[in-house]
Ligand binder design. Structure first.
Ligand code: GNR
Ligand code: NI
Length: 167
């Protein structure tokens, strides 16, 4: 397994739309394992392949808080949504920014596992928020896109300033 580098906003590669996975092979398994390791190392509760510059529809999540429930979703789609809920979100690609976003309260996900077997999962609470956040990444969307233009401008300036301190 290996850690992969996480892209930071406003890297234009975070805006790529990911392609569906076509072959369920050893390379996919390695990507999933590397993404789980990278997510736990960060640490985060989810990671989309887009964030590690792989533009394929792969997501990993573990909302257990104790690394006990690693989940992966290949070619995930939201089949049904119910209700609305506000939650404070953060993103490993937008470090240090936490803002409230409104999303569906409950979602039914259709996806495939690493072997290519289809499954469905009903999600609510933090898991529902996280899977919606991750599927947005696969479509080139970030949680900050839901905020006002003024907030988005402030966030871009803050991240640009922090970036300059590393250069
Ligand atoms: O670690 C993460 N925490 C989080 C908290 C609230 C809503 C969404 C998330 S996902 C984030 C990791 C990440 O950036 N995934 O793309
Ligand atoms: Ni994110």
């Amino acid at each position: 397994m290996a850690l992969r580098q996480i892209l930071h906003h406003p890297d234009p590669r975070l805006r790529n739309k990911a392609s569906p996975v076509a072959s369920f092979d050893a390379e996919l398994g390695k990507l999933i394992d590397d993404m789980l390791e990278t997510m736990y190392d960060a640490p985060g509760i989810g990671l989309a392949a887009t964030q590690v510059n792989v533009h394929q529809r792969v997501v990993v999540i573990d909302v257990s808080g104790e690394k006990s429930t690693p989940l992966h979703f290949v070619n995930p789609v939201i089949a049904e949504t119910t209700g609305e809920e506000e939650m404070e979100e953060g993103c490993l690609s937008v470090p240090g920014v936490f803002e409230t976003v409104c999303r569906a309260e409950e979602v039914l996900i259709h996806a495939f596992d690493r072997n290519g077997d289809p499954f469905e999962m009903n999600a609510d609470g933090l898991l529902a928020v996280c899977i919606q956040h991750e599927i947005d990444h696969l479509d080139g969307k970030l949680f900050v896109d839901y905020l006002s233009q003024l907030k988005q401008l402030r966030i871009r300036k803050k991240l640009a300033k922090e970036q300059r301190q590393y250069d």
